[in-house]
Design a protein around this ligand. Structure first.
Ligand SMILES: [Zn+2]
Length: 51
């Protein structure tokens, strides 16, 4: 999971061994502290299955 801020350079990722729960928590804290919009990407990208 990768989360990044649309309004400043803030970002957090599980790529460096940070637990997903910590990344989510950090994103919420960034939003609460700054009011910025945080977008998230899942790593690896989700596979869309179409029939
Ligand atoms: Zn921000």
């Amino acid at each position: 999971m990768y989360k990044y801020c649309l309004e400043c350079g803030w970002q957090a990722s599980t790529a460096e061994g940070t637990p997903e729960s910590e990344v989510s928590k950090a994103a919420i804290e960034h939003f609460v502290e700054t009011g910025h919009t945080v977008e998230s990407l899942r790593l690896p990208p989700p596979v869309i299955i179409e029939n």
